[in-house]
Each structure stands twice: as C-alpha cells, then as structure tokens.
Design a protein around this ligand. Structure first.
Ligand SMILES: Cc1cc2nc3c(=O)[nH]c(=O)nc-3n(C[C@H](O)[C@H](O)[C@H](O)COP(=O)(O)OP(=O)(O)OC[C@H]3O[C@@H](n4cnc5c(N)ncnc54)[C@H](O)[C@@H]3O)c2cc1C
Length: 408
C-alpha cells in the first residue's frame, strides 16, 4: 500500500516511523524548504514517553532533553500555589517526562526517518486535494507535483490544513483570546536552580518557563488580548519586559537571556472537535484532526499517540481502510476531545481578568491534593495505552485535569 503523509511535523514524522515499523514505505511531504529552526520547546509527558520508547526514539530524546522533577505554580507575587510532582507522575506511569527544544525533537525524528530510509520531500506545499474518477484522493502541491497514494494522511497542522478542508469542508482555527510570546533562553551560567517547570499566574497574564538544563530553558509568556494584526519583532522584548516587570525571578533573568530575534509572537488558536477525521482514503491526525490549546499541555503528546494507534489499527485491519479509520477515530476521539475541552477550561481560568476569579483559582490550586492530582493526570493521560499504572489509586472519571492546572 502506498502511503503519503502531508506535513513533516511531530505527527507526520512519528506516524511515518510507526508505519515503517509495520513494514510500510510511507513518504512525507513538507511545505518548508528545510527543517524548521524556530519555535521553543515542548514537554513530552509519560504517555508520549511510552510512544517514544515504542518507536525507538526515547534514548535520543533523553540525550537532548531535560528530566524535570517538579512543576511549581506561583502567583505573580511569587507566592507558591502548589504544583505537580513530576517524579511521582513518572514513577506512576512508568515512563519519563522529557522537556525538549522543538528543533532537537525534529532533528531526532528526521534522523530516525533518514535511518529508516523514509523519504521526506521538503518544498512540497499541498495546495488542494480532490478525487479522481475512481474516488481516490489526489493531493496537488504548489510546485506542480501531484500524488495519488492508497492512503493519504493529513498531518498538516492546525492553522491552514488542506487535508482538514478536504475532510471537513472547513479548516478555520478559532482564536481563543490570548497570545503567547515564546523563546529559548541560554545563559552563560545557570538561570535556574534545578530542572523544573515554573508557572507564574497573574490576572490575564502568565509566564511559564521550562528547564532543559539549568542554563537552557524555553518559555512562554501569555496575555489575554484581542486578535493582533500584523506584528513586528522590533521592541518585542521590551514589551514583554514591561508586561512582566516586577514579577519574581527568574522571569526577568530569562527574558534578558533570550535574543530578541528569537522571540516569536503566536496568536493562540485551536480547532473545534470534528465528528469525522476521514473522507475516502484521507485520514487526519495530529493538530489537523484535534488541535488543543497549549494549555492542555498535550498537543504533541497526542500527535505521538495518534502515530502509535494508527499503526496498531492498520496492523489489525482486514484490509479495509474504512474499518481502520473507524477504529482509529473510536479510540482517539474521546480522549482528544476531552483534552481540547480541558485546554479551553484551563485557559478561561488562567486568563481571567476579574481579581476575585483569580483569587478563587489560586486558592483552588493551592488547596489541591498533589498525590491525587498525579493520580488523576496519570489515569487520564494513560487512557487507551497499555501503560500499567504503578500506584493503586481511586477510580477517576474521564481524562485528566480537574482541580489541577496542567502547565504547558
Ligand atoms: C506555544 C505552544 C506550546 C506548546 N507546548 C506543548 C507541550 O508542552 N506539550 C505538548 O504535548 N504540546 C505542546 N504544544 C502543542 C504541539 O506543538 C502541537 O500539538 C504539535 O506540534 C502538533 O504536531 P503536528 O505535527 O500535528 O503539527 P505541526 O507541529 O504544526 O506540524 C505540521 C507540519 O505540517 C506542515 N504543513 C502545514 N501545511 C502544509 C501543507 N499545506 N503542505 C505540506 N506541509 C504542510 C508544517 O510546515 C509542519 O511541519 C504547544 C503548542 C504551542 C503553540
């Protein structure tokens, strides 16, 4: 079976690797001319750790990633609001949490793709998909190339997915009322004391920083605001410094240790859940299927899970793509929909402007039970994966986060 994959991001490259493990020969088509060097980092929680291990990538990620032990929450004055014991989460789920720069994650995925002989065709921007006379999808690229694989996987992200437009008729992302500035801080010496996630909450503002090493961190500063128009990068660092002036260290230190040209502003969008992720021989995965807000903390992790599950569904199928698509959607839809909802709920609490709402949010976070929170996270994030949870725990309804606020 010929398999074409639109998009060489986390979903596209990881599904290519998972399918290659099953003996398929997928081909990836990426719009960029070369691997991306921009972007900050991602936290790959233990459910992603499981998939990385299955794909044979975990060692290489460990070599470039950080192993955080705690996620600490604070208010904007530096008062502690509890946190997540990541070391306990990792022990409970049996796999490590890793913090990693996007460019390093991408390099590991590309290295393994090259080793497996998976062709990644850069400079191939899909422009449209239509059907041939036999009802088979044909993807047309801007460079004049067209492909007609037996299975076409749409892994072309959240902002303008050609595959999603073909499957759902619409691919309009929804602005969720806040922006992120993202960056990577590299210090001459340590910028923080330990490998941890630190998350500072204000009123309509947030600063989250994630250590990979004590002198290397990625961060996201966020503010509730109307959808920005065209933005320029000049003065970008000064704007952030002013916005977070007076916030506790290491906030100012981290902003200062980030070159202004490496800071990027993102108007944060997500996508409405879909009833179906497939049409004819086209299947959506990753953000193109179910982009959650970064506040879910799980977008990349879910893209990796898609890769693993799709390979399993194809393995067990009797040959009908329809069956594969149905089974895949049945497994993946409830979990990803729930995580997307939780991302929105958390974003509403996080970017509340009303002081009383912020006070209640902070009190709830402070009063949360850290052991129970880990149990809730572990049970939610392990859902659908063969990850035996090590700690005996209370039964938990659904996926993830209730009294707990997951960091990005
Ligand atoms: C600020 C921020 C922080 C985040 N932090 C985390 C985190 O800590 N943990 C986590 O799990 N998730 C996190 N996420 C979410 C995560 O980044 C995404 O969910 C993840 O990247 C999805 O992978 P993907 O491959 O589906 O999409 P993408 O990574 O967007 O990749 C899509 C690829 O398709 C290509 N493409 C697009 N259109 C076309 C086209 N027409 N033709 C060909 N190629 C095309 C793109 O160039 C890109 O390479 C965060 C997101 C943001 C915005």
């Amino acid at each position: 079976m010929e398999i074409g994959i639109l998009g060489g991001g986390i979903a596209g490259l990881s599904v290519a690797l998972a399918l290659h493990q099953q003996g398929y020969r997928p081909r990836v088509y990426e719009r960029r001319a070369a691997p991306a060097t921009m972007g900050a980092g991602v936290t790959l929680w233990p459910n992603a750790g499981f998939v990385l291990q299955e794909l044979g990538l975990l060692r290489d990620i460990e070599a470039v990633g950080g192993r955080p032990v705690m996620a600490h929450r604070y208010d904007a004055a530096g008062n502690a609001l509890g946190g997540v014991d990541i070391a306990l989460l990792d022990r409970t789920m049996g796999y490590p949490t890793q913090t990693v720069l996007r460019r390093d994650l991408q390099a590991v995925l590309l290295k393994h793709a090259a080793r497996a002989g998976i062709p990644v065709e850069f400079g191939h921007r899909a422009a449209a998909i239509d059907l041939d006379a036999h009802g088979k999808a044909v993807a047309h690229f801007e460079n004049g190339v067209s492909i007609r694989p037996d299975l076409l996987i749409g892994a072309d992200g959240r902002m303008d997915s050609v595959a999603r437009k073909f499957v759902a008729g619409d691919n309009t992302p929804i602005y969720q009322g806040f922006v992120n500035w993202i960056g990577v801080a590299q210090g001459q010496s340590a910028l923080v004391d330990d490998i941890a996630i630190q998350d500072f909450w204000g009123a309509g503002t947030r600063f989250g920083c994630v250590a990979i090493r004590t002198d290397l961190l990625y961060w996201a500063a966020a503010q509730a605001r109307p959808l920005p128009g065209e933005t320029s990068t000049s003065g970008i660092r000064k704007e952030i410094e002013d916005l977070f002036a007076g916030w506790p260290e290491p906030v100012a230190r981290i902003i200062r240790a980030t070159p202004a040209h490496a800071i990027r502003l993102i108007a944060v969008h997500d996508l409405e859940p879909l009833h179906t992720w497939s049409r004819e021989n086209v299947l959506l995965i990753g953000d193109a299927a179910h982009a959650p807000l970064p506040t879910s903390g799980q977008g990349a992790c879910q893209a990796l899970e898609d890769a693993w599950h799709l390979a399993r569904c194809l393995e067990g199928a009797g040959g009908s793509l329809d069956e594969v698509f149905q089974q895949f959607t049945k497994i993946r839809s409830p979990k990803t929909t729930k995580l997307a909802e939780q991302g929105r709920i958390f974003a509403r609490a996080l970017f509340a402007m009303d002081p009383e709402a912020c006070r209640i949010r902070n009190e709830r976070a402070k009063a949360s039970n850290p052991v129970r929170d880990v149990q809730i996270l572990a049970e939610g994030w392990a859902q659908g994966l063969p990850m035996p949870l090590n700690a005996g725990g209370m039964p938990v309804d659904g996926v993830g986060v209730s009294s707990l606020y997951a960091p990005e």
